[in-house]
Write a protein that binds this ligand. Structure first.
Ligand code: SAH
Length: 243
């Protein structure tokens, strides 16, 4: 079974949103499992402290390598990658989620304060992963985002696997001139037919499946070109190619 182990100072935040809707149901059905470990339980002092002031001075506190190592070493790896959530990490992507979802699971280390002693990252070969170019107060929300992106790709978790093929960042354009391009999704509509004077685009009500597919493809391309031209180019930030 696919298993996520989260090392955190705030285990009470989990499962949180990971227990809602289809992910929660899938966990109940045994399609994946979640384990949290409180880093504080590995503290070596009566105060339960896990951090200390930064070498070289400066503000804030740094999580100690020895305490984190004890926490990490208590977890059976079972071939799972050891990730650490960090704004300095390699950007997380849909293709990384696909790779992780196809594996045995993951171990996620959530930072707090100023971050983690560099020697722990090196000594335990921790892969730093970022969920975006902004700074959170801790790694927990980032770990939840990462786990959620993986778990919904585990076979059987979502109702209809067909819906995965066309969504944003899926590789719908695998052949011809579009080889390898990942597109953002086309706009979606549902009832009512008219909302505050705005109609559903008539083509979607035409019943002509070829025309509908063409329209959706054109919309997806237009929205991707406008919002994420980097996804088209051989430019430096084709995130989905970074693994
Ligand atoms: N001083 C650090 C920021 C620490 S933020 C720096 O400038 O790089 C505290 C913790 O929040 C981090 O250790 C990390 O686990 C988490 N975090 C913050 N932003 C994140 C992001 N964009 N992606 C993943 N984790 C993040």
């Amino acid at each position: 079974m696919w298993k996520a182990t989260v090392l955190t100072l705030y285990p009470e935040l989990f499962p949180g949103p990971l227990d809602a809707s289809v992910l929660g149901r899938a966990r109940g059905e045994g399609l994946w499992s979640l384990e949290t470990l409180n880093i504080r339980d590995f503290s070596d002092n009566p105060y339960g402290s896990v951090d200390d002031s930064p070498a070289g001075g400066g503000a804030g506190l740094v999580m100690r390598a020895d305490i984190l190592a004890a926490a990490i070493d208590s977890v059976p790896r079972n071939d799972r990658p050891l990730l650490c959530l960090s704004p300095r990490g390699r950007p997380f992507s849909q293709s990384r989620a696909r790779t992780l979802a196809a594996g045995p699971g993951l171990i996620a280390l959530c930072g707090r304060f100023e971050g983690i002693d560099q020697r722990l990252i090196e000594a335990r070969n921790v892969e730093e992963v970022s969920i975006g170019d902004f700074v959170l107060a801790g790694g927990e929300v980032a770990a939840m985002a990462l786990i959620e992106a993986c778990v919904r790709l585990i076979p059987g978790v979502l109702g209809s696997p067909l819906s995965l093929g066309e969504e944003s960042f899926s590789e719908s354009g695998k052949s011809g001139r579009d080889a390898g391009i990942t597109l953002l999704e086309y706009p979606q509509y549902t009832r009512p037919r008219v909302f505050e004077g705005r109609e559903i685009p008539p083509v979607l009500l035409s019943g002509d499946h070829r025309k509908i597919a063409e329209w959706r493809r054109a919309e997806a391309e237009a929205i991707t070109r406008a919002r994420r031209p980097d996804l088209f180019g051989p430019g430096p930030i084709r995130r989905d190619n970074m693994e």
